[in-house]
Ligand binder design. Structure first.
Ligand SMILES: Cc1cc2nc3c(=O)[nH]c(=O)nc-3n(C[C@H](O)[C@H](O)[C@H](O)COP(=O)(O)O)c2cc1C
Length: 409
């Protein structure tokens, strides 16, 4: 089995809130990533679900309070307390939070929580008025001082019909938080600028030329940098908003700052404004290289022109223009080229633009799940026959991190 959580031992404590259904989906996702799981239900959770559901989903035992007292010489709460690398409380009810704050151990899960040395992540979920009650807020604040990481619920429509804070994050987001926890925090305090997505060059106010870039490569690199503690400045050429999990409770990691741009000029100006403060620039965006020489206000009327000849001029070369302002920034470029000339063109671009590293991939990468990649730079040459974009993001960020350490030594 392949997965980012292979061999990681995770204990999921489930308490009796409506969001219990999301915990089922979370188990599936963690299992798919290769995690070794144990699930423990509170008495409240047992009112909502049976342990068989969780044991079937996780492929591992699911414990309830019936397993607290055994007569076979084992001490289950101590065994289970020693098992995990990480404990997740999903969902965490007001009742569980209050008992944990007071150090109660009247249930299997509570006893495990007192006996464990593992990091515990608390995901509260409840009615908004309950969540904002001073007793709940004070309990959560105290638990933070004990070293627990509390991931606040989101505002939105709640199962009880109210609108407000109390909604559990989606299982995908919790999965991202878990994966981020296990990554090295080797980019803390590094400011990393990443360009992503295409740009648009306007002919009039509604028509433009662009390219087929999805922005996914840059987004995945941004996500990897963020999970490793880096400060992300994402210059984003797509229309939709990129989504990042809330990693703030992990070492106070700041949320990525996203700068939305349309044209290549706007992408350049956003980069230029930030450039002096930046440690690393990763140019994964696909700025449109040509723009109409003339743009028209409003919308060109079809009736007004029998035919239209477009004259195109080059847009600003972002990486080249920033070279002139470069101090000590580490610069990484991308090259999408014909497969037969991949290495030749990549080497030329590496030198022409003064990059420290270049990632070259064939044109067929566009829209595909996996591709051939070459990474060239001062510290060597790495070739991959078939990597997904997620895997490439990780390999690239590993290499950048190693090279930054070498530079500093
Ligand atoms: C239908 C229903 C839904 C509930 N949803 C929540 C909830 O989302 N969050 C919460 O804190 N409590 C919720 N409760 C209250 C808890 O189930 C109750 O406090 C229970 O004692 C919690 O037990 P536990 O902490 O052992 O799981 C709900 C109760 C009912 C009957």
């Amino acid at each position: 089995m392949k997965g980012e959580l292979l061999g990681k031992r995770i204990l999921l404590g489930v308490s009796g809130g409506i969001a219990v259904y999301k915990a089922c989906d979370l188990v599936r996702k963690l299992k798919k990533e290769g995690a070794d799981l144990r699930v423990v239900l509170t008495t409240g959770a047992e009112e909502f679900v049976k342990p068989t559901l969780f044991s079937a989903l996780s492929g591992a035992p699911c414990y309830t309070n019936k397993d607290f007292f055994t007569a076979d010489g084992r001490i289950p709460h101590v065994e289970l307390a020693r098992f995990p690398d990480l404990i997740l409380l999903v969902p965490a009810t007001a009742s569980l939070i209050s008992k944990l704050r007071c150090g109660q151990s009247s249930e299997l899960l509570l006893a495990i929580l007192l006996a464990t040395k593992a990091q515990v992540f608390i995901f509260p979920s409840m009615n908004a008025t309950m969540y904002n009650h001073p007793a709940v807020q004070e309990n959560l604040s105290t638990l933070k001082t004990f070293g627990y990481k509390v991931f606040p619920p989101y505002a939105g429509e709640l199962a009880c019909g109210e609108v407000g804070e109390g909604r559990l994050p989606e299982p995908d987001e919790i999965n991202e938080v878990v994966k981020a926890f296990f990554k090295p925090k080797d980019l803390v305090e590094r400011k990393i600028l990443i360009t992503a997505g295409p740009t648009k060059e306007y002919l009039d106010e509604v028509r433009f030329i662009t390219n087929a870039s999805t922005g996914r490569m840059g987004y995945l690199i941004a996500k990897e940098v963020y999970a490793r503690g880096g400060e992300v400045y994402l210059i984003w050429g797509k229309d939709d908003e990129p989504e990042f999990p809330n990693l703030e409770p992990l070492h106070g990691i700041p949320k990525p700052r996203v700068y939305r741009v349309k044209t290549t000029e706007e992408m350049y100006l956003a980069c230029e404004n930030l450039f002096d403060e930046i440690d690393v620039c990763i140019f994964a965006g696909a700025p449109t290289d040509f723009k109409p020489k003339q743009t028209f206000p409003g919308k060109i009327k079809k009736e007004a022109k029998e035919s239209l000849t477009l004259e195109l001029v080059q847009t600003v070369d972002i990486a080249k223009a920033l070279q002139k302002k470069r101090k000590n920034q580490y610069m990484v470029g991308f090259a999408l080229e014909e497969e037969a000339k991949l290495e030749v063109y990549a080497k030329k671009k590496l030198l022409d633009k003064g990059f420290d590293l270049i990632v070259a991939n064939p044109i067929s990468t566009m829209g595909s799940k996996a591709s051939k990649f070459l990474i060239l730079g001062e510290t060597g040459h790495k070739a991959f026959e078939s990597l997904s974009k997620e895997e490439l993001a990780k390999e690239l960020v590993d290499l950048i991190s190693q090279n930054l350490k070498l530079r500093a030594s």
